[in-house]
Design a protein around this ligand. Sequence first.
Ligand SMILES: NC(=O)c1ccc[n+]([C@@H]2O[C@H](COP(=O)([O-])OP(=O)(O)OC[C@H]3O[C@@H](n4cnc5c(N)ncnc54)[C@H](O)[C@@H]3O)[C@@H](O)[C@H]2O)c1
Length: 328
Amino acid sequence: MKILVIGGAGYIGSHVVYELIRNNHEVVVIDNLSTGLKEMVHKDARFYLGDITIKEQLVNIFEKECDRKSFDVVMHFAAKLIVPESFEKPLEYYYNNVEGVRIMLEVMTEFNVKNIVFSSTAAVYGEPIKPVCEEEDPTIPINPYGASKLSSEQMIKWVCERYGMNYCIFRYFNVAGADKSLEIGLKKDNLTHLIPVTIQAALGFRDKVYVFGNDYETNDGTCIRDYIHVSDLAVAHILGAKYIEKNNKSILINLGSNTGFSVMEVINEVQKIKLVNYEIIGRRDGDPAMIIASNKKAKEILGWEPQCSLNDIIYSDMSFRIKNEKNK
Ligand SMILES: NC(=O)c1ccc[n+]([C@@H]2O[C@H](COP(=O)([O-])OP(=O)(O)OC[C@H]3O[C@@H](n4cnc5c(N)ncnc54)[C@H](O)[C@@H]3O)[C@@H](O)[C@H]2O)c1
C-alpha cells in the first residue's frame, strides 16, 4: 500500500513508519516538527515538512504525490497531547487537533483518498463508568485534549459517511517502549509519561519521579493505567489499514492490554532493576483513577493482541535511554 503518515516524525508515528517499511509499504511522511524530530523518520520514507492546519501545504504535497499513484490510506498522528497544557491552551488544542483533521479530510475528499486510520485516545472516555472500558461506553472527556480528540472522531465519522470513505479509529491507552532497532523511541525534552520518566530517574538522568496523588480509590491509592508497547501498536495500525481497505468498512477499536498497573506498581517494576527516587505530591487536574482497555474487539476484528509485557516495555525503553541519553 502507499500510505501517508501525518505526524510520522513523532513518537508513535515514527514506529508505525518503521513497521510499514519493514512490511514493504511505500511511505510518505508529513510533519511540522513541532514535537517530532526529523531524525526519527525512517530513511526510506519520503519526508515533507508541512503543517496540516495550512491547507495549501497539504494540497501541494497531495498534488505532487498523487500524480503517479494516490494514497491508499492516510494515517493521522499529528496532535498536541499534553493534558495539563490543554487546560492552559484549549484554543491551540482545538485548532491543531480539530482544524487539522478538518483540513486533512477536506483534502482527502478533493483527491479521492478513501481510507483513514486515526489515533484517538482513552481520554475520550473521561472518568470511566466501569473498570474496563469498552468501545460502546459513554464518551464524556474531562479535559480539553480528550474533548478535541472526540470532536475529531465525530467529524471523521460524519465525513466518511457522506463521502463513502472508511475510517479505522484506534483509541489507545498508555503507550511506551522503543523499536527493537533502538534507533527510535520516546525522545522529548520534557517527558511526562510515567514509564520513561521513571526510567530516567532510575538511570540518573533526572532527580526523581513525582507521583500525582495516592488517595485514589485503587489498591495502593495511585492511578491505574493500561500500558502497551509502541511496536504492538504499530502492528495493529497495519492490520487496521488493511482491514478497512479490503473490507470497505469502518471500525472503532480500543488498543490496550485488558490489564492495568498502578503508578506504584510501575515504579516498583523498574525498582527491580534499579532504585528510583520518587515523591508523592497532590493530584493533577483531569486524571481519572483508573483506565483499562477491553481488547475484545481488537481480537475479534483484527486478530490482534499485545505481545509485550510491562517488563518488556520497561526493558525496551531502558535500553533505548541507555543508548541515547548516556552522553547527556
Ligand atoms: N503517546 C501516547 O501515550 C498516546 C496515547 C493515546 C493517544 N495518543 C495519540 O497518538 C498520536 C501520536 O502521539 P505521539 O505520542 O506520537 O505524539 P508526538 O508529539 O510524539 O507526535 C505527534 C507528531 O505530530 C506532529 N504534528 C503535530 N501537529 C502537527 C500539524 N499541525 N501538522 C503536522 N504535523 C504535526 C508533531 O511534530 C509530532 O511529530 C496523537 O494523536 C495522540 O493523541 C498518544
